[in-house]
Design a protein around this ligand. Structure first.
Ligand SMILES: Cc1cc2nc3c(=O)[nH]c(=O)nc-3n(C[C@H](O)[C@H](O)[C@H](O)COP(=O)(O)OP(=O)(O)OC[C@H]3O[C@@H](n4cnc5c(N)ncnc54)[C@H](O)[C@@H]3O)c2cc1C
Length: 473
């Protein structure tokens, strides 16, 4: 494979140095394996796919302890090697694809659960979310928020590359103050230092794609564990199904962890669930406390809806589980069944039904609706507002067409979080971005951590020209 612009190779002498540190098995140089370790789920976006498929690291290393990580970061600093950190590699924005070679550092070996004390878990960054959730549930607690990729994702990757998920309908997104109590990160310097950020200060390193430090340890606040039942509800009339979803979403009296609302076209792509989902029916996934199940099922039936399946609480959860058909898993199933499609991430208002209908009317047959619901903040700053999040699967026509769909959505008062770029801050600067850039200036003096991904931060000499352009909107 010929090197891409700005590609920084890892010289043989440095490979030997890394092998001396980690042993030969944990330094990967074979092209096929380096290629695999250089990729994430960026292919959801045809825009990213076209620009990132040739990009890869020069070599990869697998870390098992913080001491090893420190030694590898020091070596990268000495040899001016870009460093891209990798967890479960389930990110959708090409966050852990190196833009200019260097080293990929796989942190999945750094996976100890260090303590569970009261409502706080302390965990190493490479631990899989599923293992953390199972460990805390054994103590009567649960994570406030987990991604539908909980089996593969690491906790550090979720904090560095994710945003919200199962649980966010009650607890809000990961950014919600209080959810991340503390994090430890390593700087990329001659002698990497450990920084400890507390409470809202942690947000400086949150969702930063590993550009301003390598997170080694996290403390997360937990929720009391509930006995969640799962309910699949279907109906042939979109308006009736939507009205029921609205009623449950906005009712704070119903303890819930998941509420997905999907158009019928999604059902056909969910192969393992097909027998539950009558053709032509729209549907709702619910995870509700078991005390609410009977009442909700009765209410759904009274509204003329079909309670297709009730999966009673079971510890541990068994297949199939509805959360793996919500969030971006719904998108995954649809993209597999409908090549030539992609997706968007949109935040709607309380008139979400009308906004979505106008979007569909403007692009007939091209926009397929899938809603999740997240608790956020009112304009006054008070926590509690229910935000309908639309993750539509849309036909990919061209980059210009994607821009047109986003622009039209914005004209309707819909907020867009563009998933067709791997850059943070592409949409313009914000105080949060400025805080991330400031932290990077302190933690990464040579600009070697995931270079290029944080717009506005310095990159090493000669690499700026190597950065691809994505969908600017
Ligand atoms: C099918 C599917 C469903 C998804 N569902 C959700 C969802 O429900 N909610 C959601 O928010 N996202 C979702 N995502 C996106 C993704 O799964 C999450 O962001 C996920 O938690 C990322 O974890 P990871 O370990 O795979 O991170 P990776 O993809 O490995 O890394 C993500 C970013 O974090 C950086 N990083 C990783 N570890 C560290 C560290 N220790 N220190 C510093 N930087 C680090 C990487 O460099 C990269 O930039 C989904 C993706 C797919 C493909």
């Amino acid at each position: 494979m010929s090197p891409t612009p700005g590609f920084v190779a890892v010289p043989a002498a440095v490979v030997a140095e890394l092998q001396a540190l980690l042993g030969p098995d944990r330094v990967v140089t074979a092209e096929a394996e380096v290629e695999t370790l250089s990729k994430d789920c960026y292919w959801y976006s045809p825009v990213l796919k076209a620009r990132l498929q040739e990009r890869r690291a020069g070599a990869a290393v697998k870390i098992a302890t913080v001491a090893e990580l420190k030694a590898v970061l020091a070596a990268a600093y000495r040899h001016d090697l870009p460093v891209t950190v990798r967890g479960g590699a389930t990110g959708n924005y090409g966050q852990c694809i190196p833009l200019c070679g260097g080293l990929v550092v796989d942190l999945t070996g750094l996976d100890r659960i260090l303590a569970i004390e009261g409502d706080v878990v302390t965990v190493e960054a490479g631990a899989r979310v599923v293992h953390v959730e199972q460990a805390v549930r054994a103590t009567g607690r649960e994570l406030r928020c987990l991604p539908s990729t909980w089996v593969k994702s690491t906790i550090g990757g979720f904090i560095s590359g994710g945003s919200a998920g199962i649980g966010s309908i009650t607890w809000g997104g990961l950014r919600e103050p209080g959810t991340i109590k503390r994090l430890k990160l390593l700087t990329l310097e001659a002698e990497p230092k450990e920084l400890v950020l507390e409470e809202t200060d942690t947000l400086r390193a949150f969702h930063a794609y590993g550009t301003n430090g390598v997170i080694t340890e996290l403390q997360l606040r937990l929720a009391p564990a509930r006995r969640w039942d799962q309910i699949a509800i279907t109906g042939p009339d979109w308006a009736v199904v939507t009205a029921f979803a609205r009623r449950v979403a906005y009712d704070d009296g119903i303890p819930k962890r998941l509420l997905s609302l999907l158009e019928p076209i999604f059902g056909a792509s969910f192969k393992p669930l097909r027998t539950w989902l009558p053709a032509g029916h729209a549907f709702i996934w619910l995870e509700v406390d078991q005390t609410a199940t009977d009442g909700l099922a009765a209410e759904a039936r009274a509204a003329g809806l079909n309670v297709a399946q009730i999966i009673p609480y079971h510890e541990p959860k068994r297949q199939p589980m509805l959360m793996e058909y919500g969030w971006n898993h719904s998108t995954l199933w649809m993209l597999k069944a409908h090549p030539g499609h992609t997706y968007l991430q949109l935040g709607l208002g309380p008139n979400f039904e009308e906004q979505a209908a106008r979007l569909q009317a403007r692009f007939p047959g091209q926009v397929h609706l899938h809603f999740e619901f997240v608790r956020g903040r009112r304009p006054t700053g008070e926590f509690g507002l229910v935000i309908p999040v639309l993750i539509p699967v849309i036909e990919y026509v061209s980059d210009a067409h994607l821009r047109e769909v986003i622009a039209f959505a914005e004209s309707l008062g819909i907020a867009s979080n563009n998933p067709h770029t791997c850059y943070l801050g592409e949409g313009g600067t914000t105080p949060a971005l400025q805080a991330q850039i400031k932290l990077k200036a302190a933690t990464d003096p040579k600009g070697l951590l995931n270079p290029g991904k944080l717009k506005g931060a310095a990159v090493p000499p000669g690499l700026a020209e190597a950065m691809p352009q994505f969908l600017e909107v």
